[in-house]
Design a protein around this ligand. Structure first.
Ligand SMILES: Cc1cc2nc3c(=O)[nH]c(=O)nc-3n(C[C@H](O)[C@H](O)[C@H](O)COP(=O)(O)OP(=O)(O)OC[C@H]3O[C@@H](n4cnc5c(N)ncnc54)[C@H](O)[C@@H]3O)c2cc1C
Length: 377
């Protein structure tokens, strides 16, 4: 914790969503510039740090609020993720990754003190798991491991100093978790690959490890812990909570555009708006229940995962319908800047592309079929 700038040592917020509300207008106002420049939102991450929200996910013993891993705080975390997503899906995506890194380090014995020092210094973490082909291999060396290989879709590449990276030890299919120091040698970042339609400021690049050393102290989890249920598949509720914020923002912009054009009196327009508003309300209830079930320590893990899997598929359909209704009702204006509606739709469409959505629907159906399609008897 040495050399931590004093301005970042602020008490963890009691009501994190309220703490974010104070900076939300500025984050929303900057989101257009972040999109246009396709630049990592450094000013927004600094604002999160100043509001105490980078440390908030950490355990209280390390100066946090226990927000990421304390199941009793799930409503606070869900509300926070949604208000961040409402202001900027890009910032929400980055913040969700930070919460996930803290949660995994907390659950599986990772270097939380390092993450706490990083957060106190205003630096956000994240989780880089996606890969094409075999992904990086971890080779055992004295005092640690050397990582060699490529990770894809790494949000914050080039800006995150200590991301959580998964890699398989040689001869194994079960990954361990590593917290490499991205400022060290043997690591190259390629951001040119991120020519995205939306979520442009997430800086979601490719990272190539070429023998990068990670000390034992920065390596954690038993092989395969990363994928353990319900934390891995169930954790998708947090992504939905962020996306819900974006969907709510699209609905509000949709309503505002109709207010400006005066077309809200047209019955066809109102039909479409009702589809969008009803979809948002269904999504809101679904995400709240997914969060509750995924984090309930008494829940049966396969049942909790099946619920989140079902919620993911249903949310995608509701969100796409909300975007479609906004674009049809507002018309060409919904595709033109500087109105933020176009950007918000592009961001959500891009962010909805999540891993194995069809497989998760399939898993939910497999769980529900022998139970008459119901979670409750
Ligand atoms: C903005 C953004 C930021 C991201 N940041 C990160 C990050 O920081 N860290 C990280 O780890 N990841 C990140 N990701 C990547 C994310 O975790 C997923 O890997 C990615 O979104 C997968 O998208 P996809 O559409 O290619 O999914 P896929 O799962 O590849 O699905 C694409 C299509 O292929 C089908 N399909 C998939 N597998 C099979 C199969 N075996 N057989 C047949 N069909 C199949 C699916 O059903 C679907 O129709 C990010 C993604 C986005 C959008």
């Amino acid at each position: 914790m040495a050399n931590v700038p004093l301005r970042h040592i602020v008490p963890a917020p009691r009501d994190p969503a309220a703490a974010f509300a104070a900076i939300a207008p500025a984050v929303f106002a900057r989101a257009g510039e972040v999109d246009a420049a396709a630049a990592f939102p450094a000013a927004d991450i600094a604002a999160l740090a100043d509001a105490g929200l980078l440390t908030a996910p950490l355990p209280t013993a390390l100066g946090g609020d226990g927000l990421a891993s304390d199941a009793a705080q799930v409503d606070g975390l869900a509300a926070l993720l949604t208000v961040v997503g409402d202001a900027s899906l890009t910032v929400g995506r980055l913040y969700e990754g930070h919460c996930n890194a803290v949660l995994l380090a907390d659950r599986y014995g990772g270097p939380l003190a390092t993450l706490a020092a990083e957060a106190a210094a205003g630096r956000i973490s994240g989780v880089w798991n996606a890969e094409r082909g075999d992904g990086p291999l971890a080779t055992r060396v004295a005092g640690g491991w050397r990582l060699t290989g490529r990770k894809i879709h790494c949000s914050g590449a080039g800006s995150l100093a200590r991301p959580l990276v998964t890699a398989r030890p040689e001869g194994s299919d079960a990954p361990l978790m590593f917290l490499p120091d991205m400022r060290g040698p043997g690591i190259a970042v390629d951001l040119a690959v991120w020519q995205a339609a939306g979520m442009r400021g997430t800086a979601t690049g490719t990272v190539v490890f070429d023998g990068a050393f990670v000390a034992d102290a920065d390596t954690f989890g038993a092989p395969g812990d990363y994928y353990r249920a319900p934390l891995f598949a169930g954790g998708a509720w947090r992504v939905l909570a962020v996306q819900l914020g974006g969907l709510g923002r699209i609905l509000a912009l949709h309503a505002a555009a109709l207010g400006r054009s005066g077309r809200g009196g047209d019955p066809v327009v109102r039909q479409r708006f009702a589809v969008a508003a009803g979809g948002y309300e269904q999504a809101r209830l679904l995400v709240a229940e997914a969060a509750r079930r995924a984090t309930d320590p008494a829940a049966d893990p396969p049942a909790a995962v099946a619920y989140v899997d079902l919620a993911r598929g249903s949310f995608e359909a509701l969100a796409l319908a909300g975007i479609d209704a906004a674009r049809r009702n507002v018309g060409l204006g919904a595709f033109l800047g500087p109105d933020p509606l176009d950007r918000c739709c592009r961001d959500l469409e891009t962010y909805l592309r999540q891993p194995m959505l069809d497989a998760s629907r399939d898993n939910a159906a497999a769980w529900l079929l022998p139970r008459g399609g119901r979670f409750e008897p």
